[in-house]
Every structure is written in structure tokens, then in C-alpha cells.
Design a protein around this ligand. Sequence first.
Ligand SMILES: NCc1[nH]cc(CCC(=O)O)c1CC(=O)O
Length: 307
Amino acid sequence: MKPIRIATRKSPLALWQANHVAALLERHFPGIRTELVQMTTRGDKMLDAPLAKVGGKGLFVKELEQGMLEGEADIAVHSMKDVPVEFPDGLHLAAILKREDPTDALVSNRFAGLDELPANARIGTSSLRRQCQIKQRFPNAEILQLRGNVNTRLAKLDAGDFDAVILASAGLIRLEMAGRIRERLDPAISLPAIGQGAIGIECRRDDAEINALFGVLHDSDTAVCVRAERAMNARLQGGCQVPIAGFAEKHGERLFMRGLVGAPDGSVIYRSESRDDLDRAEDLGRHIAEDLLAQGADRILAALYPG
Ligand SMILES: NCc1[nH]cc(CCC(=O)O)c1CC(=O)O
């Protein structure tokens, strides 16, 4: 069999994730070979623009999808957080891996945790979702733009540009930098992004050989949570550039989900939570979305998407 070509971005985290999938495939299917096809996405090129202004869905995945559609790669490995809810014709998710720690992490060289931060702390993040939740708790905090891959962001912190930065715990853990985490922020304080901590494997729908491989890597507990979260996002039309958070957890045979939509300045945050059966994951996500819209989230989202 020809090597399985894995499309990936070139950031250290993306390469870690692609190599992780390659190692899992080689472990489960002795004899299978893999090779990485490294690509640059529009999101990687526009590292200076504030993420909220760059816009466009699929900023970090489009080129990888194009590569698969053109036959240059067989699968793409993504952070589910970056994957739009709609797939291009011909592509779909083959598997979702078991979720890593889904929380946001506070990283600081000066302060031991969130409660130690001064009221006017300078906090680095380019995520409106993180910004609105931090601003609600610390109205006088100064939010400073922080783009680039995980290593770049830590270098900017170490250069003294910020009192603290907020990153996904999962990225730090995967890159063996968990020691830099000062506090894993409780979801009640910083509700994670849809899909945060989960890795997805995308491939061509009609590629039977490839599709057959991924059942063993699929984690159905993670998938049911991510399905609920993505159903919420589908209803809200959210991308990674809007202040939307959604996080589902499996408690026994039930799902518990929380969602929020906030104004970027933290002046108002609409929150919703609910429970439902596992086989109603998508209804649960849509229900949370409807509840948020009914509270007033539609006005926040309309202001962010003119037209
Ligand atoms: N926005 C980029 C991005 N996409 C996924 C992760 C982290 C890994 C994950 O969520 O699985 C990150 C970095 C971050 O938010 O700090």
C-alpha cells in the first residue's frame, strides 16, 4: 500500500498532532506507512492582523481541504476548534480523537493564578471569546493582541509584553509545556471554544480504504460532545473570530452543555446551560443556541457580522 499522505499546517502544534495521528496509524496497522504534506494556510500568513479582523471561515483548514480534493493528500489533521461546521462537497470527518484537557490556561511569569492578577493587568489574547470572559471578571484589564503559534506567543510573554496570556491547555500539554500553566481556568470562568482540545481527521467521503482505517481511532464520547457543540455553532453561524463559547460534557449517559455569547468588552454575556440524552446531542446544541438568541445574542452577533 502507498504511504498515507497527511496534510498538516507547519506550526509545532499542528506537526505534533499530525505526527501523533501517524504514530497511532502505524501502531494499529503494522506495515502502514505515512508521510506528512506540510501546507501554509491563509491564517498562517496573516499573523499580524487581529484574528477578529481577518475573518473568513476555515482560515486554518481550507488549503488542506483543497489539497485532499486535488489528490495531493489523503487525510488532514485539524484542531476541531478550527474546523467550520460545514464541510466542502466530497469531504467529511473520518474520526475524532479522545479529547485532551479542554480548558483555557493562564500562563504568567509574574502571577500564580487569576486571583493574583492586578485589576489593570495586561493580558494577551486575540480571542474575543477569551477577551469577553476576562473583561467581565476584570473590567479594567487591558487586553492586548497576541497572535502567532503557541511558541511565538510564549516568547512574547517572556519578552515582558504581558502580565499573563491565555492559551489552550491542550496545546501546551501536547508540546510538553504544561509546566508553564499557572492555572487551568474552570469552565465557569472561561468557557472553552467549540471543539477545543479535540483533534479531527478529515478525508474524502468516497475513499473507502482510508475511511475503513479510522474506526479504531474514533472516540465516541468526545464525538458526541463535539457534535452538540458544533450544532450550537451551526445555529449561531459562529466562526473562531466571534465571542462564542460552547462546551459539552458526558455525565454518565447524559450530556451537560453550557454555551455563551458575549459582547467583546465583557459588558454583557448571555449564558445558557442544559442537559439531554446522548442521542439528542444536536438538539441540545441547537436548544442552547436558541436560548442564547432569545436572550439577545442575536443583537451581539448582528453587530459583529454587518450584512
Ligand atoms: N486558535 C488556534 C488553536 N487551535 C487549537 C488550539 C489548541 C489545541 C486545541 O484546542 O486542540 C489553538 C491554540 C490556542 O488556542 O491556544
